[in-house]
Design a protein around this ligand. Structure first.
Ligand code: BES
Ligand code: MN
Ligand code: ZN
Length: 499
């Protein structure tokens, strides 16, 4: 293997954010909050504006029609002697209804509006430090692709000084690390499949993980074959680019529990011999989003020194219809021995996940969290912004709740009794698709359940919709890759550490 380290050809840019005890003397802009009260615009007092400046700011904002409604951005020239020539007010709506998610979204909108603004001081952390930091770093992220020519300053993200008590350093750092992990996952997902394929992806992640102090193991196609990873081999063998299995371990001395993370890493999904239609197929560069989220989450766990032993098992393959490809009707043997009849080669995610879940289960972890862009049926059932969570009853419910708490919407879904029959095959232990289309997301959950070891608390998060934003940016969600569900997984690891 060539030793020149693979780097991503283009990365998203996002704001740098630092903690400041008091307002710096000079900046290009001051970002403040505005609310809409019963009598219209309200501008809260803060360290950055004395009472005369506050009054002048209020009057200038009112004069140009600012109302403080949620998400409204208003720019005014600053009163004399201010630290910056420009004041930008972001509307946070009714002060009584403000919660962390609203603050995170509006901070995200503000960060986008301030692209190209240079150095910005902000008082938004008066209403929540974590949400402000996450909103700025997540909302200010922009991926501009692989381009000729230079980017100009108007496209550069702002540098924020967030005014907050220095005692908040730990909270600040946790928010920054989590948000930057999301942006790492976004970079991986946004990279096209001619650049990011199993070998280059494995190399990149290995380097990132090793730099964060993780143990790294990479299995190549020969080792995968030898050790019986029939699902990963089967999906990968239609491509010239052979598959990989990456295992990352964070093993702190003070660990109190063990968690396995598993994520789908299909670097491109053509459907294989069960070929997908051409229109929209380009979005399938995002079919490795589950593995990117898990890689980013375990790297964040190491940076935050979360006291839990975590192992991420990440299967990487490219699903292509090349001459070696798996045929509909083929029977394959997974890691651990269960056999699958492959009736549709486009239901490939579950085939690689089966091996990875079986391998992760062999370590006998207490918890196993797996995430994947697994089914179009997830989008039909829950839309593009809400993940479907299946698994062990209590743990599934808790993961869905954590998702909602951090602003990565998720909903618990059942596994269906009728699928226990439908998953049976004439030709093998189980089959990879159901005969009827109904409940496609849940069927995939039932299929995966067969590979989960006994006595493991298990959650499967289907993020087919939420991992990719095909529309306009909103709140702190940019176009293209969203990085969902990195923050859910990091929050779950934290909670497990504390339990
Ligand atoms: N990667 C797709 C699922 C997907 C679809 C993700 C749309 C994001 C957006 C997955 O591999 C797939 O093709 N699933 C099939 C399963 C079917 C053949 C049972 C699907 O959902 O159509
Ligand atoms: Mn597919
Ligand atoms: Zn897929």
């Amino acid at each position: 293997m060539a030793k020149s380290a693979f780097t991503l050809p283009a990365r998203g840019s996002f704001p740098s954010v630092e903690l400041a005890k008091k307002a710096p003397k000079k900046a290009d802009a001051l970002l403040i909050a505005a609310f809409s009260g019963e009598d219209g615009l309200e501008v809260p007092g803060s360290d950055a504006l004395d009472s005369a400046a506050l009054r002048a700011t209020y009057e200038a904002l009112a004069a140009v029609g600012a109302t403080g409604r949620a998400g409204e951005i208003t720019r005014i020239p600053a009163p004399q002697d201010s630290i910056a020539p420009l004041i930008v007010a972001v509307g946070l709506g009714d002060a009584e209804l403000l919660d962390d998610e609203m603050l995170r979204r509006h901070a995200g909108t503000a960060a986008r509006a301030l692209t190209g603004a240079g150095t910005v001081v902000t008082t938004l952390a008066d209403f929540g430090l974590t949400a402000t930091v996450e909103g700025l770093i997540l909302g200010g992220y922009a991926y501009r692709g692989i381009r000729s020519g230079e980017t100009n300053d108007s496209e550069s993200p702002a540098s924020f000084s967030v005014i907050a008590n220095k005692k908040a350093a730990e909270e600040f750092e946790a928010a920054r690390v989590a948000a930057e992990a999301v942006n790492l996952a976004r970079d991986l997902v946004n990279t096209p499949a001619n650049e990011l394929y199993p070998e280059s992806y494995a190399e990149f992640i290995s380097n990132e993980a090793a730099a964060a102090g993780l143990e790294v193991e990479v299995l190549d196609e020969k080792q995968l074959k030898k050790e019986g990873y029939g699902g990963i081999i089967s999906v990968g063998k239609g491509s010239k680019r052979p598959p990989r299995l990456v295992r990352l371990t964070w093993a702190p001395k003070d660990a109190t529990s063990t968690v396995a993370l598993v994520g789908k890493g299909i670097t491109f999904d053509t459907g294989g011999i069960s070929l997908k239609p051409g229109a929209g197929m380009w979005d399938m560069i995002s079919d490795m989003g589950g593995s990117a989220a898990m890689a980013a989450a375990i790297i964040a766990a190491a940076k935050l020194e979360i006291p839990v032993k975590v192992t991420a098992t990440l299967p990487f393959a490219e699903n292509m219809p090349g001459p070696g490809a798996t045929r509909p009707g083929d029977v394959i043997t997974h890691y651990g021995g269960i056999t699958s009849e492959v009736l549709n080669t486009d239901a490939e995610g579950r085939l690689v996940l089966a091996d990875a879940i079986a391998r992760a289960s062999a370590d006998k972890p207490e918890y196993l969290i797996e995430t994947a862009t697994l089914t179009g049926a997830q989008i039909v059932a829950l839309g593009t912004r809400t993940a479907g969570v299946m698994g062990s009853d209590l743990f599934r419910d808790r993961i869905a709740e954590i998702g909602r708490e951090v602003g990565e919407n998720a909903w618990a879904m059942p596994l269906l009794e009728e699928h226990d029959e439908e998953v049976k095959s004439q030709a093998a232990d189980i089959r990879n698709i159901n005969a009827k289309r109904e409940g496609g997301m849940e069927f995939a959950g039932t299929y995966l359940q067969k590979f989960v070891g006994e006595d493991i608390e298990w959650a499967h998060i289907d993020v087919a919709g939420p991992s990719w934003n095909n529309g306009a940016p909103h709140g702190y969600t940019p176009k293209r890759a969203t990085g969902v569900p990195v923050r859910t997984v990091v929050a779950a690891l934290r909670e497990i550490a504390e339990s």
